[in-house]
Structures are given as structure tokens and as C-alpha cells.
Design a protein around this ligand. Structure first.
Ligand SMILES: [Zn+2]
Length: 944
């Protein structure tokens, strides 16, 4: 689209008076992406169809409903979500669990690819990643959408079975949902939003009359509230004709009620609310400045893009200031970020929102500090250098997306259509967005935009506490200092009356590397045809595995890796080794602090991180083609110029101490730590960090570990994968990798540090919890059989078999659990292999022992007989996933890493190995695992 001549002038006026941007009607409409076919049937059903070939030969199907829990009556609270569950429990063409069983035969897994979500205003169902090989399968997926739209059976017996599942979902809901439930009435005092938590009321879930659910379904699930979205490898004309034929006969009663938006009233005075929970791990304060949402009709206009751009600039610059402030040692908050968004769950109200993580017991000071920054920006605006960075960042992200325009996946494109239907968000091609923004952004002088942004911020954040909402979420541990609404209000008032000075932007005006290193050479080269890479030897002894791909247009990944890791250090470094996981947040690189570096890298799409695990360490980095040299420089500095940043270190330590203090009441953390301890036979390396360990942390020692682990480049292999230019990458390798310091001699290796318990070990314990539930884990393992790709596949299949039968028995038949997880894998822990199959399941407490006996019984059953149909479906799914993964750069990082660390090819032959599996091979594998005699059982029950 070409912008007209007077456009730029108009634009400047709009930006300078941004408060009026959305009322100005002169701007052109946003052109809709031509690749999307949109249509509507006479009965009101909307459809979107789009052909797309990324990933290849797969199709996504969605049905979006413009209704959610907000449409429930008082006697139906929880039924919008209940209905979503019932969509998988019997419909006209798919009786019982027929939908789940049918899509399994296509290699589509329930949960991952077949699923649904209910929100306050919407409900969206999907069947994703359906192979396009057979048209009849695609037609059947349309039939599933049709059944969802209007063919659910909602039978008495199936409803009764699902009550328990949903009750379990409520029981095992994370504390975040409990806290949400608690704060909604405070946030929405005079609107229905406060009373429509999605999970609903358990009294209703357990007892509602069948008809209440059917009423909701028939009243709201109608073609005029629904859209079908089909994206992927489809014939658009055929699909459109098919939809028209299949859905045309569904009629709508002309007297049906309309879906009306629920308004959120303004609050005349500030709302201050303290939300406490015993299991909260990190305290945070959310401050909302409510304002009117943009009308859906206005979103199709270019104005909307400009407002979006300005909001992004505002949030990005203010968040950067928060981030810089947080580095100061006496700053009362650890981090803060802002954005303009929906007022949490309302689609009729927006809010400029600031989320802030206070340091321990500094809630009020933290709130005051972030609000003072807001006042500073309101009063003085931003600086030209801040804006230049924010703009560069925006443009470089846009360009990176534009460069990948042929690799936009079905999910991204599908969700754009869903959002168009539900929220009238524009469906714009990346080409259009790129061209438009390239005409708009560089044409706005800084003075104009700064004035506009200041006005925008003043419009969001008024002079009084009208429409202000502050929610402080605080962990209610013993002796914790909890704030009060009054103390929060006082903090707000202190910020309002604070004297502020203009922000000064300190930028380190130095190049990343002052002097380039002396170039080394590529001294040897061999090709590995089987895995399609070249192995280069460098003059300093380092190795490079180079694999050029076209899976992405503009993506390069580099992993520098060596054997070693934490295994090289002993128990005296316990605390230091744990803290090494956060080394990236506490270092200087090339003399730059984290904040200086982020300013220096503004507008570049690149990162590099130091990584260390038990057996390996190195650097992982990624960039676009344009920023490849910066990626090499950052990686080089990681080997040559790591330095101390005391401020950053202290910040990490404060943060860590607080997290550990809260962890004592966090059930997930307690449970995970128990599993790790039991499974490692109480090996100190695998236990969680404790508050008392913190005194042992030594910053000098952390630096020493990092520096000695990167001292010798000859230990390392640099895996480089992506869409690089061959000559450019070789130049960079010689300049930045072959030049790294190295020593002659033996390469580094790992030590064997793993340990496992022998025989059967049971660990039962009781824990205090807010909502009583129990949890069991059963792990069968074998540490004698060597690691192989084949064992890994067998373990994986066995895990999937158990997941299927146990979900049927414990969830579907008994309603005793909501999520049951079963998985199997084989791995190499250094030179100590481990093959295992694990079942984890949160439960209704009274069902604990029965569940254990079912889990153990099904493992015994798997040793003698497994349904061949189940094996066939699982293989179908594995083959589909491998086929797609083989065209992803990250997959190849893993393949080449196995090659360089273990000299194993875990790619070639995968299809034959999967195809060779049968009920017999998996039963034999189960017998071997069971007869090995190693098993761990963890049982957690509620404490009275
Ligand atoms: Zn659910």
C-alpha cells in the first residue's frame, strides 16, 4: 500500500495530539491480508480459510465462540468451562471419547494438538497439526467442528463422570488461580466480572441439574456467535464449498439473545487491595490505570497501528528506565515492566499496567519508586537517545519478522484469524505492516513523538487516583510484614507529591570490542555426508561443526560446548555450583554491565549466554544474518573478557534469598525436591538450594569457575547452524573463534557423579496445603542398559501407552484426577546411562491407594499385552513430530551435540526404528524395566 502525499503531515498532527488519534477518521483502512478467504453463511457463521505450507503438509482447525463464563447465569457458574470438557465426551458423529480416539489415528495427541480453552469472554477449540495426506481426514475434522458447534450429546451419565474431573481440576489449580479468584471482586466491585471465575463454584459443579448445562449450550453456541478457522495445507476453494454445504442447515432462532459487552464502571477513588496466599513464591504489585478501550470498529484503521506503535514506544522506554533503576543497589524493587493492555479480564476496558517485584518487605517503597518514575516521564518526557534505541529495536524486530515471511506457522496465522473474529484485530500481512511502518516510523521527528507520548501518558495517568487500581500480591509466611490498603495509598500519595528531576541517559560510547583479536586459521576440514555438516579444525585446536540450512530465512544458532560442567567440582562448592545457573545476570562482558550492554545492543537481534549443567558447559548464542558478527563478538568475549559486577551480584543474591524463603511453603518445589533427592539416592548435587546455603556463596569463586571453564578453546566444539553466508561465517570463525586462547594437552572430560537408589524405595510424606489433595509419582528405571536412540523410543512409547490407559482408568472412569502425566526416556548422564518411565498424578486424597495399585497394575499388564491400535497411533504421532522437527534448526543443534559429545548419530534411521516397534517389542521392554527391580514411589498426602 502506498501512502498518499499529505499523509506525513497528517500523521505529525495526529502524533502531536495523540489524545485524539483514535477519533480522527481521515486515515485509510488497514488492507486485509489477501491470502485469507473470509466469508459468512446466511445463518451468521463466519469462516476464515488460508493456505499455508509451514510446517509442511499439516492443517490447523479452530472453532471460536464469542461466549465464555460472562454469559453464565448465577445458577450456571462454572458451566461454560464444564461445557468445554463435555465437547470431548460424546457428540452426534463421535460417541463417547470418539473425537479423541479418532484424531489419535491421525497422529494427533489429546492435550497437545487437540484441546480447548475457556476464558471470561471466549471459548476456542482446536485440532492442530492434522496431516493433509488424506482429504477424508480433513473432512472428518470439519465434522468435529460441526459437532462442537451444535452436535454435543451432553448425556446424563457423561456429565456425572466429568463432575469429579473438574472438581479435581479445581483442587489442583495453581495458587495463581486461587489468588485471581480472591482479587476479582475487589477489582470489579460493580460488575459481573468479579463473580465469573472460570472454574466456577464447586457446589454447582457437583450438583447442577443436567438441563442447566444444556440451556447454556443451546442458548449461546449458535452460528452467529461462531467462526471456523482452517489454516494450512488445504485447497481453499474445496474447503469453502465443503463448509458451506456442511453448515448451511444449522438455523438460528431470530429471537435469540445477543451477546452484549459487559461494561466495567470507572472508580472515582483509587482501589488498593492486598492479596495474600501462603503458597505464593514471589511477591508482586500490579498497578492499573484504567481507561476506555478502543472501539472494535476503529481497529481496522491505520490510526490503530499508530496508537499501537506509540504504546509500544512508551512501554519500552519506561520499562527500560525501570530496568536501569533496578540495577542500583538501594532500589527497593527487583524488576518492573509496563504495558498498555486489557484491564486484566475485561475486553471493554483497557489499562496502562505496571508490574513490579519489590525487594523483601519493601512493598510500599517499591510502589512509590515505580510511580515516581512514571511522574518523571509525565513531567519531562523522554530523551532523544532513549527514543533512538527504542525505535531501532522496533524496526529491527519488524525486519526480522519480515525476513521470515515465508515461514510463518499455522498457529500464528490461525490465531490472527481467531483474534480478528473475537476482537476485530486487523489481519494484516507482514509485507503490509513492514511497508506501512517503514513509511510511518522514520517520518516522525523526535520532538513530535515525545510530545505525543507525554500526552498519551498524561491521558493514562491522571492527576487524581480516579481509575487507579493497585493490587499487592504477598506471600503470607510466618513473620512476614504484610502491607495494608492504607499503607499502599500513602505510598501512592508520596509518589504524586515527589519532586522529580529530568532523566539523564548515560550511554557507554564504546564499541563492543575495542581491538579485534589476531586472526587464527581454519587448518582442516572434513565433511560428514550422513548428517550433512562440515567439521573444521582451527589453528588453536578448537573444532567447528558447520551446517547450513534453509529451514529459516534469517536464523543462526551457535552452541559452544565441552565436557566438564559442574561435575569437575566437589561438595565444598555446593552453593557456588547452584548459583552458577544465574551467572549471566551477574557478570560484566567486555567491560559492559548488563544494562550498558543492553543499550549497546539496541536494534540488534542477537544474544549470547553462558550455560553450565552437571556434565557440560559453554555458550549458547543466536542472531539474524545481519547481526551474526555481533554474535561472534559476544561469544568471543565470553571466553576472553568476563568481569565482576558487584551491584548485579548483590541483586541476584537478594532475589535468591527471598525466593528461598518463600519456597518453604511452595508445594511444587517441596515435591520436586523430594523426587530429585529420592531418585538420586540423596546425592547433594541434585538437592535444591536452601536458605542456609547462601552464606557459602563466594563471588570470586563463581568468577573463577566461569573463567577456568572457558580458558581453553581447544576443549570446545562450536556447533553453528542456520542460514549463514558460507564465506562470511568462515571469516568470523577465523577472526573470533580461531583466535581464542587455547592450551595444548588433554581435552577436558566429565566425572561420573550420578547415583541412583537400588531396589524399591518408597517415600511417603504429609504436607500442609491450602486445598487438600494428594500426589503420587512412580518411577521405574534401569541404569545398566547403555543409552541408545532405540531405547529412548521404546521408553517414550511405553510412557505414552501408560498415559493412555491410566488417563482412561483414573480420569475418565473414576474422575479422580485432572492431569495425569506419564513419560519415558533414555538419557546419558555423562557416562552413566539412565532409562526410565515415570507416572505423575495429583489426586483426590481418598483415591490415593487405589490409584497406586492401578498404576502398578497397568505397568504389569503392559509387560504381557498392549493394544496394537494404541501402538499404531503413538507411532503415527512420533513420525509426524520427527518429520516436522527434522526441519527445525534447534533439532539439529541436539543432533550435532550428541555427535560431538557421545559420537552418536541419533538422527539417521529414526523412521526404521520407530516403525519396527510392536506390542511385543514394547512389552519386552516393559518386562526388562520391571524385572530390573528398580523403582521409586513418592506419595504426598495432605496434613491434617
Ligand atoms: Zn478444564
Amino acid at each position: 500500500m502506498k501512502i498518499k502525499k499529505n499523509f506525513a503531515v497528517l500523521l505529525l498532527m495526529l502524533v502531536a495530539f495523540s489524545a485524539n488519534v483514535m477519533t480522527a477518521q481521515q486515515m485509510p483502512p488497514i488492507p486485509m491480508d489477501e491470502a485469507v478467504r473470509v466469508g459468512k453463511l446466511d445463518n451468521g457463521l463466519t469462516y476464515y480459510i488460508r493456505h499455508n505450507d509451514y510446517p509442511e503438509h499439516l492443517v490447523n482447525f479452530y472453532i471460536a465462540q464469542r461466549v465464555g463464563s460472562m454469559q453464565e447465569e448465577d445458577n450456571q457458574r462454572g458451566l461454560a468451562h464444564f461445557l468445554e470438557h463435555m465437547a470431548f465426551n460424546g457428540s452426534e458423529h463421535f460417541k463417547g471419547n470418539g473425537i479423541i480416539d479418532y484424531v489419535r489415528t491421525l497422529g494427533v495427541a489429546f492435550g497437545a494438538d487437540l484441546n480447548a480453552g475457556t476464558s471470561f469472554n471466549y471459548t476456542v477449540y482446536h485440532v492442530n497439526n492434522v496431516p493433509s495426506t488424506r482429504q477424508s481426514a480433513l473432512d472428518s475434522c470439519l465434522l468435529i467442528l460441526k459437532d462442537w458447534s451444535h452436535g454435543l450429546l451432553l448425556e446424563d451419565e457423561e456429565i456425572d463422570k466429568e463432575r469429579g474431573v473438574i472438581h479435581q481440576e479445581w483442587r489442583t489449580r495453581p495458587y495463581q488461580k486461587r489468588m485471581l479468584e480472591n482479587m476479582l471482586p475487589a477489582m470489579y466491585p460493580d460488575s459481573k466480572h468479579g463473580q465469573r471465575m472460570i472454574i466456577g463454584l464447586m457446589d454447582i459443579i457437583d450438583n447442577f441439574p443436567y438441563q442447566d448445562l444444556r440451556d447454556y449450550y443451546h442458548k449461546w453456541y449458535r452460528p452467529d456467535n461462531q467462526a471456523l478457522i482452517i489454516v494450512g495445507d488445504v485447497d481453499v476453494d474445496y474447503t469453502e464449498a465443503k463448509i458451506r454445504e456442511m453448515f448451511k442447515d444449522i438455523s438460528v432462532d431470530p429471537n435469540s439473545p445477543k451477546v452484549v459487552p459487559f461494561e466495567v464502571p470507572d472508580n472515582e477513588h483509587g482501589i488498593f487491595f492486598v492479596n495474600t496466599d501462603k503458597e505464593l513464591t514471589v511477591n508482586y504489585i500490579t498497578t492499573y490505570f484504567k481507561h476506555d478501550a478502543i472501539d472494535n470498529e476503529l481497529k481496522s484503521n491505520v490510526n490503530y497501528l499508530i496508537v499501537g506503535y506509540m504504546n509500544e514506544m512508551l512501554s519500552s522506554m519506561l520499562s527500560a528506565r525501570f530496568n536501569e533503576k533496578a540495577q542500583e543497589p538501594d532500589c527497593p524493587f527487583i524488576a518492573a515492566i509496563c504495558s498498555d493492555d486489557d484491564y486484566l479480564i475485561a475486553n471493554t476496558k483497557d489499562a496502562f499496567t505496571i508490574q513490579c517485584y519489590p525487594k523483601d518487605a519493601k512493598t510500599e517503597d517499591a510502589l512509590q519508586a515505580v510511580l515516581t518514575e512514571v511522574k518523571r516521564a509525565k513531567q519531562f518526557g523522554f530523551t532523544a537517545t532513549e527514543f533512538a534505541r527504542a525505535q531501532e529495536e522496533y524496526m529491527s524486530e519488524l525486519e526480522a519478522r519480515y525476513n521470515e515471511r515465508d515461514h510463518i506457522d499455522n498457529s500464528t496465522l490461525g490465531m490472527a484469524c481467531v483474534n480478528n473474529f473475537l476482537e476485530n484485530e486487523p489481519i494484516m500481512s507482514i509485507q503490509t505492516e513492514y511497508e506501512l511502518m517503514n513509511q510511518i516510523v522514520p517520518n516522525i521527528p523526535f520532538e513530535y513523538i515525545n510530545q505525543g507520548l507525554q500526552q498519551l501518558l498524561n491521558q493514562y495517568v491522571g492527576e487524581t487516583d480516579r481509575n487507579l487500581v493497585v493490587i499487592s500480591n504477598e506471600a503470607d509466611r510466618d513473620n512476614a510484614k504484610i502491607s495494608t490498603p492504607e499503607s499502599l495509598k500513602a505510598a501512592y500519595e508520596r509518589a504524586v507529591s515527589a519532586n522529580v528531576e529530568a532523566y539523564v541517559d548515560n550511554v557507554k560510547q564504546e564499541p563492543l570490542m575495542a581491538k579485534l583479536p589476531v586472526k587464527g586459521k581454519i587448518t582442516g576440514e572434513v565433511e560428514n555426508a550422513k548428517l550433512g555438516y562440515k567439521e573444521l579444525t582451527l589453528s588453536n585446536g578448537a573444532h567447528v561443526m558447520l551446517k547450513k540450512t534453509d529451514y529459516k530465512q534469517d536464523e543462526i544458532i551457535m552452541l559452544a560446548i565441552r565436557r566438564g560442567g559442574k561435575s569437575l567440582y566437589g561438595k565444598e562448592d555446593l552453593a557456588n555450583l547452584k548459583m552458577m545457573d544465574q551467572f549471566n545476570s551477574m557478570k560484566k562482558l567486555g567491560g559492559f554491565t548488563k544494562n550498558e550492554l543492553s543499550k549497546a545492543l539496541a536494534g540488534k537481534q542477537v544474544y549470547a549466554s553462558y550455560v553450565i549443567d552437571h556434565y557440560t558447559n559453554g555458550v549458547i548464542a543466536q542472531s539474524t544474518v545481519k547481526d551474526m558478527e555481533t554474535m561472534f563478538q559476544l561469544t568471543n568475549l565470553m571466553f576472553t573478557d568476563l568481569g565482576k559486577d558487584e551491584q548485579a551480584f548483590n541483586k541476584v543474591m537478594t532475589q535468591q534469598a527471598e525466593q528461598l524463603a518463600n519456597q518453604a511453603s511452595n508445594l511444587d518445589a517441596i515435591y520436586q525436591d523430594t523426587i530429585a533427592n529420592t531418585l538420586s539416592d540423596h546425592n547433594w548435587r541434585f538437592r535444591a538450594l536452601k536458605p542456609e546455603d547462601m552464606q557459602q556463596v563466594n563471588y570470586d569463586r563463581l568468577m573463577q569457575i566461569a573463567q577456568e571453564s572457558t580458558a581453553n578453546a581447544a576443549d570446545y566444539t562450536f556447533i553453528i547452524i542456520g542460514s549463514f553466508d558460507e564465506q562470511a561465517v568462515r571469516d568470523n570463525i577465523e577472526q573470533y573463534i580461531a583466535s581464542l586462547p587455547a592450551k595444548k594437552g588433554k581435552k577436558s572430560d566429565w566425572a561420573n557423579i550420578s547415583s541412583y537408589p537400588a531396589g524399591h524405595v518408597t517415600n511417603r510424606f504429609a504436607a500442609k496445603m491450602e486445598t487438600p489433595m494428594s500426589k503420587v509419582s512412580v518411577v521405574w528405571f534401569d541404569d545398566k542398559t547403555p543409552y541408545s536412540f532405540e531405547n529412548n523410543i521404546k521408553a517414550n512409547i511405553l510412557g505414552n501407552v501408560l498415559a493412555k490407559v491410566l488417563t482412561q482408568k483414573i480420569r475418565e472412569d473414576e474422575g479422580a484426577t485432572y492431569t495425569l502425566m506419564a513419560q519415558g526416556l533414555s538419557s546419558n548422564n555423562g557416562d552413566k546411562p539412565l532409562t526410565m518411565v515415570e507416572v505423575d498424578c495429583p489426586l483426590k486424597p481418598e483415591f490415593t491407594e487405589k490409584a497406586l495399585s492401578i498404576i502398578n497394575g497397568e505397568m504389569v499388564n503392559a509387560c504381557t499385552s498392549i493394544d496394537p491400535g494404541t501402538i499404531k497411533d503413538i507411532k503415527e504421532n512420533l513420525i509426524k513430530n520427527f518429520t516436522a522437527n527434522a526441519k527445525v534448526n534447534q533439532y539439529w543443534v541436539n543432533i550435532l551435540m550428541h555427535k560431538c559429545l557421545f559420537d552418536l548419530d541419533i538422527h539417521n534411521g529414526w523412521e526404521e526404528i520407530i516403525n519396527a516397534q510392536t506390542s511385543e517389542t514394547i512389552s519386552a521392554f516393559a518386562r526388562q524395566l520391571l524385572n530390573g527391580g528398580n523403582k521409586v514411589e513418592i506419595v504426598m498426602t495432605p496434613q491434617d
